[in-house]
Design a binder for this molecule. Structure first.
Ligand code: APR
Length: 172
């Protein structure tokens, strides 16, 4: 696993993950950027998916994106951490990776799900993202190259620290 600072819509990977909302009909932030770059066929495809529950994940093609697929997931809205937000955020990473494996996807990039409009504290979210991805990869039948695509430099620092801790744990 690795972390980079980039615009996720520019990445040539098998799948990029979209931090969507329950309606799956687009929005702002990374959702808006992905729909703008993918073009109108993405929205037409999403209309057929009948929404997405928080913590769940659904897949479409990438259309005009360099990525072949988009995995849409819906993170929790942060309300203080007492409404299952950690479990729901973990589920976004786990279900996205499980869905990717089901579709033979070998490389995937995640944005920092829920840490923008949805207000999830960035460091807590980074810890959940790295820990959940690391644990889930060990359960999958195929290896998947995971990239955490940070838009903000501050997030890149958080992810690099969490990844270093994760690999140290793995080595021990
Ligand atoms: N590439 C990578 N990351 C990006 C990009 C981009 N082009 N644009 C924004 N981000 C980052 C933000 O900096 C933040 O770290 O994505 C992360 C998630 O922020 P949001 O996009 O606001 O997503 P989220 O907090 O999960 O809120 C989801 O916002 O856009 C709406 O429709 C969406 O209702 C949903 C809600």
């Amino acid at each position: 696993m690795r972390a980079i600072q980039a615009d996720i819509t520019t990445l040539t990977v098998d799948a990029i993950v979209n931090a969507a909302n329950n309606l799956l009909l687009g929005g702002g932030g990374v959702d808006g950027a992905i729909h703008r770059t993918a073009g109108p066929e993405l929205l037409a495809d999403c209309r057929l998916l009948n929404g997405c529950q928080t913590g769940e994940a659904k897949i479409t093609r990438g259309y005009r994106l360099p990525a072949k697929h988009v995995i849409h997931t819906v993170g929790p809205i942060w309300t203080g951490g007492r409404c299952d937000e950690p479990q729901l955020l973990a589920s976004c990473y786990r279900r996205s990776l499980e869905l990717a494996a089901e579709h033979g996807i070998r490389s995937i990039a995640f944005p920092c799900i829920s840490t923008g409009v949805y207000g999830y504290p960035a460091d807590q979210a980074a810890a959940i993202a790295v820990r959940t991805a690391s644990a889930t990869l060990r359960t999958l039948p195929i290896p998947i190259e995971v990239t955490f695509c940070c838009f903000l430099r501050s997030d890149l620092g958080l992810y690099n620290a969490r990844l270093a801790a994760d690999s140290a744990e793995g080595a021990s």
